[in-house]
Design a protein around this ligand. Structure first.
Ligand code: BMA
Length: 834
């Protein structure tokens, strides 16, 4: 049997000053080698050795910029003689090298690499054993060096950013983004090992999983083997088990490929969450010598799920849609965009993926889009998505720039694409391959065409290379050329009537009410910024005083004119905030309002619009951004709002053809029938008009319910608002912006009850409290609240469970509770006896 020896131990890393010596490098680095983590990266090694400050704090990012411009040498000694004994072959395998490396064993050059997104295998038979240990060296050149070399060779290309990430196959956001720091890493970022084997090994296994009309699940395993010289003449046998079903095939001497078909009658289906269970089947392949079936040579095991997935982009009267159809069910996608969860990506382990993806699932998310400026994530990510029923839309790794199509990039792109398609295709959760992020759009709208003057820019990848790779390698999955993309060169890529759209005008230039101005067929990106939780910002920035534009806070805002856009977004709704705390609260509220406006509007237009993907679920460091979960893993109010917006059933009051209607969205498989109570209320709780209206919505449908004028026409829009309640769901509608509404000063009674592991806070409203928020992190940095914004009518109560706060010093609540009444002024705590 093949034996693997992990190469995790004994590594050191040294600053290589052969080419240049960075002035800022500490002297301690000049002669010394540091212990190095494998997998890992230079930045985390330097942090562990105390040789650089934490780049996530204050403006340290700038002070450590030299690390990304330096060259680094990794070394270890191999002593693999014992494991190699009795085997014909030994391979040295790297699952990932970041990025530009030369590898030497015993002083002899094995090869060079320049692609973070590929793995590398070298035949090192007979060169690893014996003596005191053979020296293995991996020398990294700065990725800048390589990118700039290729840029000089091929000529410049337009890029939304000023960094050369489009000239090297490395995680683009390493070079900084409008939510991320510039930390250009280097290192052995995925596992390294020696593999000892004889006769033959499995070189590639590709499961094509389908379901027949009769419910029979089929797995066709396309197998490729590599043989040793001695193994060439042997007959081999490949046996596959899927659940209880088994099939085998013989590979005659010399043959290196085979297909094995396994059928599973009445296969239990894999469904996206919310549609059914996530049945997964163990799928195991064993390779043996045909004459020695009891002694495996190599094995492969994954979990597969039976499900069908189609992308319906057929033309209709309105244009052409973009609907994911899973197991025959047409879906409205409730998605989030995913970026690397840490700028130092090797710190993201399985536990962290599970926390983040579990957060997404708990918020009602059913699809995660892995964005093209990041990485093809590790197996753990997709395994967890399989288990949680989170569909995955995987971008190929191109974002926001023109990418040359010549060598030395072209063959890297092709090899990288094929390798990652093979690696990820076993996963049931993976439903779509997407060519790139915003590059087809950039060519049309960002003035690339004149700058390019005929130079290649990546179109050939998206319209030719990548679709060919997917069709040949993973023929059961749909491919879409880009996001946004309208399906044809003849249409504008971001045409809302066709395919996918990105809605960025609204955040960049307009009020969030403008989301209602069009109805794209599928909104693959849209979002609104807000600062992270206060405790997150306070941990990262020591500015005193901390203000919205103090130097550290501004450093942790990477978007062009980000704070200006936050302020412009607030202006139509609220008086300009006078202090940091009010700014912090109101900008978080406005993020919720913006996203809610978009999602409620687009969901109301199902099936014309078949999905939304929020920009963005997560952050990669502490920063003001579009994220729902911040860089310290704290949930912003938007996170909690997603739970309401992405639930199967959603209630909203909205204008349709100039009239206010109650819209009931029902994405569940069963009809929704109930009565809604709709009330016109005044600020003091009086009810000038009230009516019960029937709600009857078929399964996976939307109903608009007309409302009488008595309800929709306020006597005084500054003092009245509309509330609809049905089945525990609530929609509220204010006819005027907050700044014009005559809110009473917020007054409430607050009660704290201690309970296991935390406290329960009960807020009883004496007045209308709009968008009440308990910021748990202001009670204790480890505290977490189980809900976000809630609007209370006079007399109503809300309970907030706060984990990680023992209820000590309840007066702290005064600084942790706010409502929008009085433009976010603190709440008056009333007398419980009143
Ligand atoms: C789109 C994304 C990202 C970016 C986001 C916010 O362009 O694809 O590149 O971070 O908008 O500006």
């Amino acid at each position: 049997m093949k034996v693997s020896t992990p190469l995790t131990d004994g590594w050191t890393v040294r600053l290589d000053t052969t080419r240049h010596r960075p002035d800022q490098a500490p002297d301690a680095l000049l002669d010394a080698a540091l212990p190095a983590a494998v997998p890992g990266c230079v930045h985390t090694d330097l942090l562990a050795a105390g040789l650089i400050p934490d780049p996530f704090l204050d403006r340290n990012e700038t002070d450590v910029a030299w690390v990304g411009r330096a060259d680094w040498s990794y070394r270890t000694r191999l002593d693999a003689g014992a494991d190699a004994a009795g085997h014909e072959r030994t391979d040295l395998v790297f699952d990932g090298l970041d990025t530009v490396a030369e590898i030497r064993l015993g002083g002899e050059r094995l090869g060079a690499t320049r692609n973070m997104h590929r793995s590398y295998r070298y035949d090192v038979t007979g060169r690893t054993g014996g003596g005191p240990g053979t020296l293995l060296e991996v020398d990294f050149t700065s990725a800048y060096q390589e990118a700039e070399r290729v840029r000089d060779l091929l000529g410049p290309r337009p890029n939304a950013y000023s960094e050369p990430f489009n000239f090297v196959r490395k995680m683009a956001s390493s070079f900084g983004w409008d939510w991320g720091p510039t930390l250009v890493t280097a290192g052995i970022w995925r596992s390294a090992r020696l593999e000892h084997w004889s006769v033959a090994r499995l070189a590639e296994v590709r499961p094509e999983v389908t379901v027949g009309a009769d419910g029979t699940g089929r797995v066709r395993l396309r197998v490729e083997v590599e043989r040793t010289e001695g193994g060439a003449a042997r007959a081999l046998r490949a046996v596959v088990r899927v659940g209880d079903a088994e099939a085998g095939v013989e590979l005659p001497p010399g043959a290196t490929t085979a297909d094995v078909d396994v059928e599973v009658p009445d296969a239990a289906l894999w469904w996206p969450r919310g549609y059914g269970d996530q049945h997964l089947y163990a799928c195991a392949l064993t390779l043996t010598d045909a004459d020695a079936p009891a002694e495996p040579l190599d094995g492969w095991e994954r979990r597969v799920g039976f499900r069908t997935v189609e992308l319906d982009t057929s033309a209709d009267a309105a244009g052409s849609g973009f609907t994911l159809v899973v197991n025959g069910v047409r879906t409205f996608v409730r998605g989030v965009n995913w970026i690397p969860d840490d700028a130092l990506i090797t710190r993201v382990d399985a536990a962290r993926y599970r926390r983040r993806l579990t957060q997404a699932a708990a918020a009602g998310v059913d699809l995660v889009r892995v964005w093209g400026g990041g990485v093809y994530e590790s197996e753990d990510f997709y395994d967890i998505c399989d288990e949680l029923g989170l569909m995955v839309w995987q971008d190929f790794l191109f974002a926001c720039a023109a990418y040359p199509e010549e060598e030395p990039l072209r063959s890297e792109v092709e090899a990288e694409a094929r390798e990652n398609v093979v690696r990820l295709m076993p996963h049931a959760s993976l439903v779509l391959w997407n060519g790139n992020n915003e590059n087809l759009w950039g060519f049309c709208d960002w003035e690339w065409e004149p700058q390019l003057a005929g130079a290649s820019w990546g179109e050939g990848y998206y319209l030719d290379v990548l679709p060919r790779v997917v069709a040949a390698t993973d023929p059961t999955r749909p491919y879409w050329a880009g996001s946004p993309w309208s399906g044809s060169r003849d249409l504008h890529p971001n045409d809302p009537a066709h395919g996918t759209s990105h809605s960025w005008e609204v955040w960049n230039r307009l009020d969030h009410s403008a989301y209602r101005d069009d109805v794209p067929r599928f909104v693959a990106e849209f979002g609104w910024q807000a600062p992270p939780a206060h405790a997150t910002l306070r941990r990262a920035v020591t500015d005193d005083p901390l203000t919205p534009d103090s130097p550290g806070v501004l450093h942790h805002q990477k978007a062009e004119d980000g704070n200006g856009k936050l302020a412009r977004g607030l202006a139509p709704h609220f008086a300009a905030p006078e202090d940091y705390d009010t700014w912090h609260y109101l900008t978080q509220v406005n993020q919720v309002r913006a996203v809610a406006t978009g999602v409620e509007h687009w969901r109301a237009h199902w099936p014309h619009c078949a999905g939304v993907i929020l920009w963005q679920l997560n952050d990669c460091w502490p920063v003001t951004s579009w994220a729902a979960v911040d860089g310290d893993e704290r949930e912003k109010p938007l996170y909690h709002e997603l739970g309401r917006l992405y639930a199967d059933r959603l209630l909203t009051l909205r204008r349709r053809d100039g009239r206010l209607v109650l819209t009931a969205v029902n994405q569940s498989a069963t009809p929704w029938s109930c009565a809604a109570s709709v009330r016109r209320l005044d600020v003091h709780g009086a009810v000038p008009a009230e009516q019960r209206v029937p709600v009857d919505v078929p399964a996976r449908a939307v109903a608009d319910i007309e409302l009488p004028d008595t309800l929709t026409t306020p006597d005084d829009p500054r003092r009245e608002f509309l509330v609809a309640d049905a089945d525990g769901l609530r929609a509220v509608h204010f006819a005027v912006p907050d700044r014009q509404f005559a809110y009473p000063p917020a007054e409430a009674v607050v009660k704290v009850t201690r309970e296991d592991g935390g406290a329960r806070v009960t807020v009883t409203a004496h007045t209308l409290l709009r968008d009440l928020l308990l910021q748990a992190d202001r009670l204790h940095p480890d505290a977490r609240a189980d809900r976000g914004l809630v609007t209370l009518l006079p007399g109503e109560s809300a309970e907030v469970a706060v984990a990680g706060w023992d209820g000590e010093a309840p007066e702290a609540l005064q600084g942790a509770l706010r409502a929008v009444n009085g433009s976010g002024a603190p709440i008056l705590f009333g007398d419980a006896s009143r």
